[in-house]
Design a protein around this ligand. Sequence first.
Ligand SMILES: [Zn+2]
Length: 340
Amino acid sequence: MSFGGFEGCTITELTGAAPNASPTMPTAYFTHALCHRHEMGPGHPECPQRLAAIEDRLLTTGLADLIERRSAPEAQLADLERAHDALLLAALAEQSIQAGHSADAGGSPWVQIDPDTAANRHTWSAALRAAGAVVAATDAVIAGQVDNAFCAVRPPGHHACRAQAMGFCFLNNVAVAALHALEVHGLRRVAIIDFDVHHGNGTEDIVAGDDRILMVSFFQHPLYPYSGTEPAAANLLNLPVAPYTRGPAVRELIEQHWLPRLEAFAPELILISAGFDAHRDDELGQLGLVEADYAWITRRRMDLAACHAGGRIVSSLEGGYHLDALARSVEAHLRALADL
Ligand SMILES: [Zn+2]
């Protein structure tokens, strides 16, 4: 039996799945002031102004009043260690300490990790809040306090591998939350949806072969990190797309490839690696998505979540470097999540 156009979704699933059908505000917005303190040098595209642009947009549009703002706690070490090697975690904490000592001594305020990625004295604290936001958001949606949540956090996470920080990323926020949902809450199936313009190689590194997780993504190829064309395991569905591909073609790929796999998997929670750098104004990629595409992608995921996951969606900011396009795209994403 189908219902309201939700292919393969029964009335029982729709009505029985939502543990809290009418929370005061359906969408939570997790962030933390420390996420603005991490910065990687003059002119770096992954800059604190990204979060400021989002905040400004939410205020000027009135959207800030329609979502429930929450402060991100620090992630717990036990949560991080499910996704990352202990040696990496110790090294990241130490690098921020070193950056602080260097700055205090009049030296460089940064410890360089790769040509694009650097830690300052606040990086470890910001990374703990970013991962903590996604874990807390996961707790909140599983508890039925809110239907869904968006985490406006940085540093982003989807290039962070089990044992290596890279590509502007230090801790893999979404992978940490997925493993938390499985191990702490006892969920059996978690879907990760990655629509950043870059391949989420770090998430793939952590979740490949874990059949409790289905990761679906599209990304521009060729583009950094030049991986993902050969899926590393059966629980990964990668759709590399050519530069200059626009929204309608991406939507068609999603309908044809993502949705059947996601429907068959029937996730109990959907996590989104929400990068907005596939926007046509973003200069770090060459894809042609616009705000309406992000709204469409979000609404299609909500249909799926309504069927299988009690509406539970946790979305976390990844890329998106054109400040105006990022702010407008996040607004479109949030309006869809909050059903506004
Ligand atoms: Zn990206």
